[in-house]
Structures are given as C-alpha cells and as structure tokens.
Design a protein around this ligand. Structure first.
Ligand SMILES: Nc1ncnc2c1ncn2[C@@H]1O[C@H](COP(=O)(O)OP(=O)(O)OP(=O)(O)O)[C@@H](O)[C@H]1O
Length: 439
C-alpha cells in the first residue's frame, strides 16, 4: 500500500468530527485491539465543543482472558478521561456458528449501551485492511461483479434500525494506526482469533498478508462508485418514484430511461424494501428487469417477492400477495409483519379480522392505478387494514426491512430517501451535517 492514498489517523478523526451534526454523543466500540484503541486515543486527544465521547467493550466470555482484557480497556479509558462500560454476553452460546452469534450479540449489546447513553452514533475501528478483506471475501463468495456489496463496507450504516454505526477509519491502514499508537506510547491487545485459521476473515487476512490483489486506490474507486451510485439512486427515487400507503411504488415512464446502473441500483434496493427482504433480487433477474424497462410493451415479472409491472403509465412495484404470513398480535408488544410493517396494538379490544378488500375499495385506496395493480397492492397491505386503508385498533408503520439486521451495503442517503418514500417515520436522523439530502 502506498502511503499517499491513505488517510492518516489524525485526518480521519478530524474529518469525522468536521462532518458530524452537533451536539453529538459518540460511543466507541472498543475491543482493546489496535484499531479501536487508535480511534479512541485520536478522539480523546481532540476535545471538540459539542462532541462527547464514551466507550463500551463487549466481553463475549469466549476466552479465559476476555474479562481481564475488558478491564484493560476500562483502565485505558480511565487514563484518557473517557467514560467506559463493559457489557457481557451471558446466556447460552451455540456450539456451531459461534463467530456469527458473537457478532449478533455484540451488535445487540452495543445498541443496548447506545440506548442507555442516548448516543448519536456508535463508532467502530474498521480499517482499510478490513475493507480489502471484506471485498475479497465477498468476491470469493459471489460472482456478480455488479453487486453493490462488492464495493465493501459503507462508512455509515444503521444497526437494528435504531443506531448509526460509523466507520471513520475505512481509508486508514492498520499499520498506520499501530504506528500512531506506538508514537503515542499506547499498547493494544492482540486477539488470537484474528489468526485462527478456522475463521474466514483470518484466512483471508493471511492470504492477503503482504500482497493485496487490490490496491487501496482500487478499493477507494469501488467505494466511491458505490457511494456515487447510491447517491444517484437516491436522487433518482426523489424525482421519479412515489410510494402509496407504504406498499406500491410507481415510477413515471420518463424515469425509466436514465443511467442503467443507477436505475438498477434504485430498483433493486426498492424491491428489497417493498418485498420486506434484506436484499434485492439477484443480478441476472435485475438484468432482465432492466431490459424489460426499455421495451415499450406491457410486461410483468416477479422477483424477490416483488411484482414488477410495466405499463404505458410507468412501472409499478409491489409485494406479491402469495405467501403472506398471518398476523398474530399480542396484547402489548409490537410485531413485525412480513418484514414490512411494525404493528402496534393501540385498541386491543377491536376486532382483528377484517374482510378482504374488494375491487371497488382497492381502487379507492389506490386511485389512478390500473385495477389489477390496485388489487395486488390492497392485498399486500397488513391483514388488519380496512377498506378505508386504516387499521382497526392497530397502528401499522412501514419499516425499512433491510435495516432490521445489520447490512453494510446501504448508504445513508439512499436509506433515508427510501424511508421517506415509504412513510417510515421512525428512521433515525443521519448524523452527518454534510448529508446530500437533509431530511
Ligand atoms: N469485543 C468488542 N467490544 C467492543 N467493540 C468491538 C469488539 N470486537 C470488535 N469490536 C468493534 O468492531 C470493530 C471490528 O472488529 P473486528 O474486525 O474484530 O470485528 P469483525 O467481526 O470483523 O467486525 P464486523 O462483525 O463488524 O465485520 C473493532 O474495531 C471494534 O470497534
């Protein structure tokens, strides 16, 4: 790696602080390893008005040393004058898939700490090296060169639909962070699982040691391209797409003739959201959708639980009505239905069974829409929606399905545009002041 293409530790910290909305309360996810220690030290050295910094360490309890390491992290924070908490992963741990389970638990515990602190964002120490490894792992697993995920991790993603996770070191090399810490007189913990060949990441890391097949500038170009596409897709959606009642997207005909890469990205992410899934349809299906968009004829295709319906009046996207799950609401807990709606009981005494929405009523709910499309859209509403489109005794809020879990490939502008389009009103504000579209 050549030094001039990377961002130094100091520049990365300065850039982050300059971008943030203030006041901000940052929670650094501090493993005690070099990357998160470097991030914490760099932030601790900058006392910026309106920015508070805290740290949290997750003790997974998987190695005998882990409690001592958490204590070391706490001591370091004490020395830096930064508030620190340790969260322990307790309870049953699976015998297989432990790395994935630990990761799930870690993100759950980070969110719990962020809730308690009312943090603006959680920060991790993911580095350029992690980014290269991620790209290589994805390239090895998937063969679709157009998949946005191949461009690696985004610098801002949502965790569990609640907290922004920021990765300020994505363009900073691990070696530069280690040098920074050595110069500052700080040590760090080496995690033995980073060199355990049982882990895919460790194997990739070892295979890449000393010779990365991708240069930092190639990685950066891929990440820039992904950001460009995501921003262009957000702008395209802003101009050309409308979503009614959280379920039916309409794209005006003139919107279908733009840059195919942008159209593909926008339609694929929209399909993920409207289909209540974590990902859009596969690349070859999206290729066929794009080709069909260029044809003047009427066409229909179902992919990733979403029906794409091409008409003279434009393109309609809507969840197919096959395989919709039943709705089981309990007295006082919110349920997620079909990955698309959060349903909260408000007047539990009201009846849950609502008669199916008939053609006439469907057309009233979706005026100006071809009747078969309106019927499908009505049929894809939560089963508690009445012919007036209101839910009886229940509050239904559309959600951004991909954000129920941690997904690295959604950029924040695109996410907030989609949230606004579907009417998802609990989408957390983007923490950056330089966000392209402020909402
Ligand atoms: N035990 C921990 N406690 C707090 N934060 C942690 C812990 N482990 C990892 N992190 C955070 O996650 C970042 C990435 O760590 P690491 O590369 O080990 O995890 P990963 O499994 O590759 O991450 P991810 O699961 O997000 O891909 C660290 O820099 C740190 O900010």
């Amino acid at each position: 790696m050549t030094a001039h293409q990377q961002v130094s530790v100091d520049d990365a910290a300065d850039r982050l602080l300059a971008r943030l909305h203030r006041p901000a309360r940052l929670l650094v996810a501090m493993s005690g390893g070099s990357d998160s220690t470097g991030l914490l030290v760099a932030l601790a050295r900058r006392r910026v008005a309106g920015v508070e910094v805290f740290a949290v360490t997750v003790d997974h309890g998987l190695r005998p040393e882990s409690a001592r390491e958490a204590e070391q992290a706490a001591n370091l924070c004490r020395g830096l004058g930064i508030g620190h908490a340790t969260r322990r992963w307790i309870g049953d741990k699976p015998s297989t898939g432990i790395a994935a389970a630990a990761r799930e638990a870690r993100y759950r515990l980070l969110c719990a700490e962020a809730d308690e602190l009312d943090a603006t964002a959680i920060l991790t120490g993911h580095t350029l090296d992690d980014q290269i490894e991620t790209v290589m792992m994805r390239a090895a697993r998937r063969c679709d060169p157009n998949a946005p995920g191949l461009a690696g991790m985004a610098d801002a993603v949502l965790l569990h639909r609640r907290h922004w996770l920021l990765r300020p070191f994505l363009q900073t090399a691990r070696e530069a962070i280690c040098d920074y810490l050595r110069a500052a007189g700080h040590g760090w913990i080496e995690d033995p699982s980073n060199i355990n060949p049982a882990s895919e990441r460790a194997r990739t890391r070892m295979a890449l040691a000393g010779s990365s097949p991708l240069s930092p500038s190639e990685i950066e170009a891929a990440a820039c391209e992904r950001t460009r596409l995501a921003d262009a897709a957000a702008a395209w959606l802003d101009h050309h797409a409308q979503v009614r009642r959280g379920v039916l997207m309409h794209v005006a005909p003139e919107g279908l003739h733009g840059d195919p890469a942008v159209l593909r990205y926008a339609l694929s992410t929209s399909a993920a959201v409207l289909g209540g899934r974590e990902q859009g349809p596969s690349a070859d299906v999206m290729g066929r959708v794009l080709q069909a968009c260029r044809e003047p004829a009427t066409w229909r295709m179902t992919a990733g639980r979403v029906v794409f319906d091409g008409r003279r009046s434009g393109l309609y996207l809507c969840r197919e009505t096959r395989d919709l799950p039943p709705l089981a609401v309990t007295a006082d807990t919110a349920v997620l239905w079909d990955g698309r709606f959060r349903i909260v009981p408000s007047l539990v005494s009201e009846a849950l069974s609502v008669p199916p929405i008939l053609r006439q009523a469907a057309m009233g709910l979706f005026p100006g829409v071809p009747s078969s499309v309106a019927m499908r859209a009505a049929g894809s509403l939560p089963p508690c929606c009445s012919t007036e489109g209101h839910s009886r005794g229940l509050a239904c809020t559309p959600i951004l399905a991909p954000f129920d879990r941690f997904l690295p490939q959604f950029d924040h502008n695109l996410a907030s545009t989609l949230a606004k389009l579907i009417g998802c009103d609990d989408f957390p504000a983007v923490p950056f002041a330089d966000s392209v579209r402020k909402r």
